[in-house]
Design a protein around this ligand. Structure first.
Ligand SMILES: [Zn+2]
Length: 195
């Protein structure tokens, strides 16, 4: 368990330092096997992901019952509903990374680039806006995720899942990089040569 908590702290720091999350935004969780049932370790509410301590990480069961002290992320239901739906998911990263979130606030969708695995559909899946932290958002995301490993939350941010927390984290960086490349492409295509 300690190893899982250490990984959450390291991933949180990585996301902050790489500017995928800022201020107190974003949240990270991992699932591991408890004695009887699955245990979810998740980052706390109202705290920056930068330099978290072991005691900041909150443990809950799949029903959201607290197993330790502290208050879990306001998006705990979003994480739990996905874990309940997808037994293959063991790590979840939610960011408001700027380029991908810029797309989420626009009418443009993020194209799948090589690196997302098999490209069966041209764009990343997205879901319509629901209030952050709401059960409506949790239900909508868990319904829409299907076999996807990325969901764009319109007018909000990005949700990445993986069979490990590392996979989900790598995906979050890749989604942001993809969105950045597309943003640059749109900009270059929309301007005239000055020289
Ligand atoms: Zn959010």
């Amino acid at each position: 368990m300690e190893k899982n908590i250490e990984e959450i702290i390291n991933v949180s720091d990585y996301l902050y330092k790489n500017k995928l999350v800022a201020g107190k935004a974003g949240n990270v969780s991992a699932r591991f096997k408890g004695e009887d049932d699955d245990v979810i370790a998740i980052t706390p509410t109202l705290k920056s992901l930068y330099e978290l301590n072991e005691e900041d990480i909150v443990l809950v069961d799949l029903e959201g019952n607290l197993l330790t002290k502290g208050k879990p992320s306001s998006e705990v239901d979003l994480h739990l509903e996905i874990y309940k739906k997808r037994s293959d998911v063991n790590g979840i990263v939610h960011t408001h990374s700027p380029y991908a979130t810029g797309f989420a606030f626009s009418s443009k969708r993020i194209k799948r680039h090589e690196g997302f695995g098999a490209i069966n559909t041209p764009f990343l899946e997205d879901i319509e806006y629901e209030a952050p932290g709401s059960m409506k958002l949790a239900k909508s995301a868990s319904k829409a995720i299907g076999d996807e490993d990325v969901l764009i939350l319109k007018q909000h941010g990005v949700l990445c899942v993986g069979d490990s927390l590392k996979e989900a984290t790598l995906l979050a960086t890749f989604v942001e990089e993809t969105a950045k490349t597309q943003f640059i492409t749109y900009m270059l295509n929309s301007t005239e040569d000055l020289i």
